[in-house]
Write a protein that binds this ligand. Structure first.
Ligand code: BGC
Length: 279
């Protein structure tokens, strides 16, 4: 259990997403894991996608089913078209449909610009951007096939793209990652505009520094933590659950009129904290 979890774990209404089917990509660890569990706690049935780390994914499934909903772990590489199509077919076959896609799977392959290989560039674009494109396309095809089911949700489907503060904050040494997230922002807004008439809501969550394996270097030592906290006005590093709760809210009908928005969940990282004393 994380620091914030005790304070907030009982506030998710277990009926908020009742009867909805959610797919979370990259759900075997970090933000994806916490999001999948939060969706389950809100009453959704959840497909836990992973590309490696089957045991971790199975453990997430166990945690979710403990809340009295269905869950299953599906292996698929989100950057591979055939695997994404097969994953969605399987989900529709086994769960009936999909109501919520959380396009979360993402990775970093950091390098100074002049040392960055095409392989590092391409891998990050393939997973972080093309992966979201493919999952969103397949989910949308199913949303359109099924249409709105008013007893389940006011929308025909919800897509939540996992972005980052780096969709707007440039990040030296991470040009592949920042470019992928900048792409996610424009992809999300374009899809939101294109699909809103069909009652599909597309939004993004942009996490700041969340304590997960992806940024271990940034929080593991006291010195690194101190540096990092200088960038976070709210004075704490985020927990994966902070993101899970934001996704639950955005996916629910409480936010039915929220379309094409990025919800920054970053403790104020995007508020130019350097200007609190300068400028
Ligand atoms: C990155 C993390 C980083 C955070 C804030 C995230 O998108 O994946 O490595 O700590 O942004 O800079």
């Amino acid at each position: 259990m994380s620091a914030t979890d005790g304070a907030t774990q009982n506030v998710i209404p277990g009926h908020l997403l009742k009867g909805q089917k959610a797919l979370v990509t990259g759900a075997n660890s970090g933000i994806g894991r916490a999001t999948a569990i939060a969706l389950g706690r809100a009453g959704a049935d959840v497909v836990v996608n992973y590309v490696a780390g089957r045991e971790d994914a199975e453990q997430v499934v166990e945690e979710i089913t403990a809340h009295g909903v269905r869950a299953a772990a599906y292996e698929a590489d989100v950057s591979d078209e055939d695997q994404v199509v097969a994953m969605m077919d399987r989900m529709v076959g086994e769960f009936g449909t999909i109501d919520i896609l959380v396009a979360n799977a993402g990775l970093q392959r950091d390098a100074p610009f002049t040392e960055m290989s095409v392989a590092q560039w391409q891998k990050v674009l393939d997973v972080n951007l093309t992966g979201q494109f493919l999952c969103a396309r397949e989910a949308t095809r199913e949303f359109l096939r099924r249409g709105v089911v008013p007893e389940v949700s006011r929308a025909a489907g919800k897509i939540i793209c996992m972005s980052s503060v780096h969709q707007v904050i440039p990040w030296a040494g991470h040009v592949n990652y920042a470019s992928s997230k900048g792409g996610v922002q424009m992809m999300m807004q374009t899809l939101a505009q294109e699909l809103a008439p069909q009652k599909i809501r597309v939004n993004a969550v942009a996490p700041g520094a969340i304590r997960t394996p992806i940024n271990r270097d940034a929080w593991e030592t006291p010195e690194a933590r101190e540096d990092l906290l200088r960038l976070i006005p709210y004075g704490r590093i985020g927990d994966p659950e902070d993101i899970g709760y934001a996704v639950v809210g955005l996916a629910s009908d409480l936010m039915d009129y929220v379309v094409g928005t990025t919800l920054y969940v970053d403790g104020g990282m995007t508020l130019f904290p350097g200007f609190a004393t300068g400028g």
